[in-house]
Design a binder for this molecule. Structure first.
Ligand SMILES: [Mn+2]
Length: 446
């Protein structure tokens, strides 16, 4: 039996806007949080001790992390070298440099020949000798088209056709690896990908046409004793026969992960009888206080009541409230700041309700509708947009079908416009345009 610790999506160095500078260290507290949490994972690996550590990809927000972040990551993994625990580092989409060209941030571990470390930057089978016996690990990093296809092969193809071809190639390549497996050894597939059944928020349809989804049938094979995944930040068990698991990210990267439990997987992998356990991590809480005070006579008092009712000590808090423009003089923002002081960090977003009201086309209904039909329906009701309607449709089509790497590899800004706290300047007319979409937030981070 091989005892494995499987963790994924560390994203160390992201979410700095939710932290502050620790005056004692000069370091952003969110970096300190991430290092502490990664430290807990490594502590557990050493305390067990496990025979092998598998990292499912996305070490940093991008392939060129600042030295302080890279060193913090390396000093934690270094402890596994000292403890003589072999480790596989898989390359995720965030670890690849300019879409696969020029190596990945994790390849340095191979270049330096770190003892016991394997970097999974291509589809390949690694036979690893552990204290619990030999095991074979197939690494499947984030796939880019250029990994399996050449440009002339896809000339004139639509995105759907390209994805289809890519899947065919992957099927053949994976089959090749499977045929060369030693049937007597336990086998793990370690992959960074989006499966067709993964859930990463309430509405999956947003991802349609954007991503390259790998069907479960490709992964749920009896030759695998465990399928260790990375990419989706929400922990989920997709199959039990064999176990196919996203451990999820180890820390909350942003508010879209507010409700999610964070942790890693301990797996006892044995030919035909693998057992798994999810181990949760005590990570910093995120909390949204959302309150509509537009009908309140004393909006300020209502806001204070809502803040006092929430547990905010050491928590990353965002206060979102709706009010009418006439109520603005009734809000004393310095008092709100005072009330939120116990939070680790906080932001305040005021939304003016009169300007938020939008008419709604009844055809749009309440069920899910694909984004293109929704836009088409919307345009029918907007005569002033008739001139550019065709162009808008084409652009939307282009956006939806654009390369998944391009649309997903968004690097989180240090501080986004909507996250900026109000600094004793009263309430600005800051209206959040559009809908707050937890799903789209999460999409860009996967
Ligand atoms: Mn990813």
């Amino acid at each position: 039996m091989v005892k494995i610790l499987h963790l994924s999506d560390i994203h160390m160095g992201s979410g700095f806007s939710h932290g502050r500078i620790n005056p004692e260290t000069g370091i952003n507290t969110r970096l300190e949080d991430f290092v502490k949490t990664l430290g807990r994972c490594i502590d557990r690996a050493i305390a067990e001790p496990v025979d092998l550590v598998l990292f499912g990809g996305d070490a940093f927000p991008d392939a060129t992390p600042p030295p302080i972040v890279q060193e913090a990551f390396a000093s934690q993994f270094r402890r596994l070298v000292d403890a003589d625990i072999p480790t596989v580092l898989l390359v995720g989409n965030h670890d690849q440099h300019s879409q696969g060209l020029g190596g990945a941030s994790l390849c340095i571990y191979r270049t330096l020949g770190v003892p016991g470390f394997v970097v999974g930057d291509r589809l390949q089978t690694h036979r690893i000798q552990t204290r619990g016996g030999a095991i074979q690990i197939i690494t499947l990093p984030w796939l880019t088209r250029s990994a399996l296809l050449t440009r002339p092969e896809t000339e004139g193809f639509s995105l759907a056709e390209v994805n289809h071809l890519l899947l065919d190639r992957l099927r053949v390549a994976l089959e090749g690896e499977i045929r060369r497996l030693d049937p007597n050894l336990p086998t793990v597939l370690l992959a960074h990908l989006m499966t067709d059944t993964a859930r990463f928020g309430a509405e999956r349809f947003l991802a349609v046409g954007k991503g390259f989804n790998v069907p479960m049938s490709l992964l749920a094979r009896s030759c695998f004793d465990y399928v260790a995944l990375g990419h989706v930040h929400r922990h989920q068990v997709l199959s039990e026969q064999p176990y196919i698991i996203y451990p999820g990210s180890i820390e909350r990267v942003d508010f879209s992960e507010e409700e999610e439990e964070k942790g890693f997987i301990l797996a006892d992998v044995e030919k035909g009888k693998t057992q798994v356990e999810f181990c949760s991590l005590p990570v910093r809480k995120f909390h949204t206080i959302n309150i509509d005070v537009s009908k309140a006579e004393e909006p300020q008092a209502e806001l204070l009541k809502a803040i006092q009712a929430a547990e905010i000590k050491d928590v990353v808090v965002r206060l979102i409230y709706q009010l009418r423009s006439e109520q603005m003089p009734l809000i004393e923002s310095s008092i709100l700041h005072q009330a939120l002081e116990a939070a680790h960090t906080y932001t305040i977003q005021a939304e003016l309700i009169s300007q938020m009201a939008r008419s709604r086309s009844p055809e749009l209904g309440t069920g899910s509708i694909d984004p293109l039909s929704a836009l088409k329906t919307y345009l029918l009701h907007q005569p002033h947009l008739t001139d550019i309607a065709d162009e808008m449709m084409q652009t939307a089509q282009l956006l939806l079908s654009s390369d998944s790497e391009a649309s997903l590899d968004f690097i989180e800004p240090v501080s986004s416009e909507g996250d900026r706290p109000f600094l004793n300047q009263g309430i600005k007319d800051e209206i959040k345009m559009g809908i707050r979409e937890r799903e789209s937030e999460q999409l860009r981070l996967l």
